[in-house]
Design a protein around this ligand. Structure first.
Ligand code: GLU
Length: 319
């Protein structure tokens, strides 16, 4: 092609490109979950799918695996994510400047709605002989990666049982997909995990090795639960996981969808409206979402409501 022809060809292409009707740019929205095997990742993925199905002309929602609750709360503050899933206790601590956030509260944190309840669990391989919390002394136990929500729950449980993670056992900081594998491979003896039920994150190791679930029912736990509005005592029904036939006493938090005050009201409104208008689709998307109820989804929110969510709830007469 001569230089002139090339020039004409390029000019024609450019002209066509400029005159073609431009598709309106969709807004990319990042939604943080947690470990790839957990339920949070399913919240991020499934709500993203539902948004892309019903509001795909406006948005491109992307569900991403992350380090968990603490990571998500911090990433929302930095503006790295638009939405994230986080435990109700961690939201409270972040907004009020407690635990990791002592002296540096995340005042930009905002709530949308609650999802499923999550139980605090200590799962051991049966052949380790771990039957009660005290038995983890001298063993290798995963307490969770620093970005996870469960690390704080594990820390509370250990403090209440008077066990020091620095000296009484070997504490690991693995993400859950690594911990489940390490349990099966005998590289750890037990793990703490705070997660909705039933979940593949527990089902998978439970089908590969014989497991035992440990009761977390110390009077000190019951006292803590009484004191904090975001905890409840609960049981994991026997038969939920292979090899765990008795009911396991423990306590629970709520998984919540959170955002930042800097995310636009209409984006939050569109997500909330789409979720509640298509709640049957949400319920069908994962076993942990099966029992979602509107009244309960508006409870347990420990950071203030985002105005975009509040607008929808007021329109519905729910508040
Ligand atoms: N509760 C865990 C956390 O906050 C995540 C559980 C899940 O992945 O479902 O990190």
């Amino acid at each position: 092609m001569t230089g002139k022809k090339l020039f004409i060809t390029l000019a024609v292409i450019l002209g066509l490109a400029l005159s073609a009707p431009q598709a309106k740019a969709k807004q990319d929205i990042l939604f943080g979950g947690a470990s790839i095997v957990g339920v949070y990742y399913q919240v991020a993925l499934q709500l993203s799918n539902i948004m892309n199905k019903h509001q795909g002309d406006k948005y491109n929602f992307i569900g991403r695996p992350t380090g968990g609750s603490v990571f998500n709360i911090n990433a929302l503050e930095r503006g790295a994510f638009d939405f994230g899933v986080a435990q109700s206790d961690r939201n409270w601590q972040a907004y009020n400047g407690a635990a990791e956030w002592e002296g540096k509260p995340i005042t930009s944190l905002r709530s949308l709605f609650s999802m499923h309840p999550e139980t605090v669990m200590l799962v051991a391989r049966k052949d380790t002989g771990i039957e009660k919390v005290e038995d983890i002394k001298g063993k290798r136990v995963n307490i969770g990666n620093p970005g996870s929500g469960q690390r704080g729950n594990a820390t509370d449980v250990l403090r209440i049982y008077g066990i020091d993670p620095a000296s009484d056992f070997r504490a690991e900081g693995l993400q859950h997909h690594e911990a489940a594998r390490a349990l099966v491979d005998r590289n750890i003896d037990a793990f703490f995990y705070t997660i909705g039920n039933p979940s593949a994150a527990i089902e998978e190791p439970a089908t590969s090795v014989d497991i035992r679930m440990v009761h977390l029912n110390h009077p000190g736990i019951k006292e803590m639960v009484e004191e904090k509005p975001y905890y409840i005592m609960t049981t994991i029904p026997g038969g939920m996981y292979r090899g765990v036939d008795e009911d396991i006493e423990t306590y629970a938090v709520t998984a919540t969808v959170v955002t930042s005050e800097n995310v636009a009201d209409d984006v939050v409104y569109d997500l909330v409206k789409t979720v509640f208008e298509n709640l049957d689709e949400v319920r069908a998307a994962h076993a942990s979402f099966r029992n979602l109820k509107v009244e309960e989804m508006l409870q347990g929110l420990s950071a203030p409501l985002h105005p975009g969510a509040e607008k929808y709830y007021k329109e519905q007469g729910w508040m």
